[in-house]
Write a protein that binds this ligand. Structure first.
Ligand code: MRU
Length: 353
C-alpha cells in the first residue's frame, strides 16, 4: 500500500480565536494559495464564489463558518447568543441551495448548541468548535471508507470516466468518486482516468486533473461533449461521480452534465456509479424533482474563459446541477457499503440497518 500526496482542503487553524484556512480553488491549477477566513462573511463569500466547493467540503465550511459567526457573540446573554447563532446559520444556509451536506452540518451544529445549552456560553462556543472539527475529521474518515468499499469496482487496466471534481478538494480529504481511484491505486491497480472538463467552471480540468496529477495518477482531460465518442471507442469501462443530494428513492443531484453521462453510459452498457457519504442523502425528499437546483450567473457562460464567448444579446440558462433518475445507477457507494440498483426500498433498508 502506497501513500499518495493528497491536499487538505479546509482546516481550522489554532484555537477559538483562530481562522478557517482553505485552498482557494478558483485559482487552481495555476496558483496554489490558501485563504484565511476570520469572519463569517468572508467564509460565506468563499462558498458562493466556489473558492471552497463540493458537497462535503461545503458542509465542513458551513460548520466552521458558524463558529466564526458566534465566537464574538455575548458571553452573558443566552437569548442574545441564540439569536446570533440562528442568524449566522441562516446566513450560511443561504449561500448555496443544492448540496444537502451544508444543511446537514448546520443542523448538527445547532443540535450541539442545544445539547450544551445548560453550559456557560464560552463553553458552548468551545463545544461548537470541537463539533466543527469533528465534522471535518469524520468526513476524512468517511471518504477513506468510501474508497475502500468501492475500489474493487475499478477493473484492472480499465478506463474510468468522472465528471466535475468529487475528490479531496470537494471533501475534507480524499474525496468520494476519486476516493475509489486513490484506494485502487494504493492497492496497486492500474487504470486510466478520463476527466470531463465540466463547463462552465471547469472543475474537472482545473481541479480533478490537478489533484490526481499531484497524487501521481495520470489523467486525460476531455471536453464534456466528447464522452459519447470515447464510450463508443471502448475506452471507458466505468463511470464514477459524486453527488450533492440523493433523494429517498435514489435520484441523484450532481454537477450539471451528470445526467447526460448516465444516459450515455446506459446506452453503451457501461456501469454508472455514484460515490457519496450518508450525509448526502436527504430522506425528507421522496424523489429528485424536489431537490432545489441552483442556477448561476449567466456571466459564467458568457465570459467563461476570461473573454466574451457569446453575444450580449443572447439569453443564458445556467443550472449548476441536474438530477439523474435512480434507474440509471448501477450502485451508490457509501462509507457503510454499496447499495446496488438503488430504489426507495433499498435505501430505506440501508438506513434502518
Ligand atoms: O458546484 P460544485 O463544484 O460545488 O459541484 C460539485 C459537485 O457537483 C460534486 O460532484 C459533488 O459536490 C460531490 S463532491 C464529493
Amino acid at each position: 500500500v502506497t501513500t499518495l500526496n493528497i491536499p487538505r482542503t479546509i482546516e481550522w487553524i489554532g484555537q477559538l480565536d483562530g481562522c478557517v484556512r482553505l485552498i482557494d480553488q478558483t485559482l487552481l491549477p495555476t496558483e496554489f494559495k490558501f485563504l484565511d477566513c476570520t469572519d463569517l462573511e468572508t467564509l460565506r463569500e468563499a462558498i458562493v464564489s466556489l473558492r471552497v466547493r463540493g458537497a462535503p467540503a461545503i458542509g465542513v465550511a458551513g460548520a466552521m463558518g458558524l463558529v466564526l459567526g458566534i465566537r464574538t457573540a455575548s458571553d452573558s446573554d443566552p437569548a442574545e447568543f441564540n439569536k446570533q447563532l440562528h442568524a449566522a446559520a441562516d446566513r450560511l444556509a443561504s449561500s448555496r441551495p443544492t448540496a444537502v451536506n451544508l444543511f446537514w452540518a448546520l443542523d448538527r451544529m445547532k443540535s450541539c448548541a442545544e445539547s450544551n445549552a445548560a453550559q456557560p456560553i464560552p463553553d458552548i462556543k468551545e463545544a461548537l468548535l470541537r463539533e466543527a472539527m469533528a465534522i471535518r475529521d469524520e468526513d476524512a474518515r468517511t471518504c477513506r471508507a468510501i474508497g475502500e468499499n468501492g475500489h474493487d469496482l475499478i477493473p484492472e487496466g480499465g478506463g474510468v470516466l468522472t465528471h466535475c471534481n468529487a475528490g479531496s478538494l470537494a471533501t475534507a480529504e480524499y474525496g468520494t468518486a476519486l476516493a475509489l481511484m486513490y484506494s485502487a491505486r494504493e492497492h496497486g491497480r492500474r487504470f486510466e482516468v478520463f476527466a470531463d472538463e465540466t463547463r462552465p467552471l471547469l472543475q474537472g480540468s482545473r481541479l480533478t486533473a490537478w489533484e490526481l496529477g499531484k497524487a501521481g495518477i495520470q489523467t486525460t482531460v476531455l471536453c464534456d461533449n466528447m464522452a459519447a465518442q470515447l464510450m463508443k471507442e471502448g475506452r471507458i469501462q466505468i463511470v464514477i461521480t459524486g453527488a450533492d443530494r440523493i433523494a429517498a428513492n435514489g435520484d441523484v443531484a450532481n454537477k450539471i452534465g451528470t445526467y447526460g453521462l448516465a444516459v450515455l453510459a446506459r446506452a453503451h452498457a457501461i456501469p454508472f456509479y455514484v460515490a457519496a457519504p450518508r450525509s448526502t442523502f436527504d430522506l425528507t425528499l421522496e424523489n429528485g424533482d424536489q431537490i432545489p437546483i441552483e442556477t448561476r450567473s449567466s456571466a459564467e457562460i458568457r465570459e467563461g474563459f476570461g473573454r466574451i464567448t457569446a453575444p450580449a444579446s443572447a439569453n443564458f440558462y445556467s443550472p449548476a446541477f441536474d438530477v439523474t433518475p435512480a434507474g440509471y445507477l448501477s450502485a451508490i457507494v457509501t462509507e457503510q457499503g454499496v447499495i446496488w440498483s438503488p430504489c426507495s426500498q433499498k435505501i430505506r433498508e440501508f438506513f434502518s440497518a
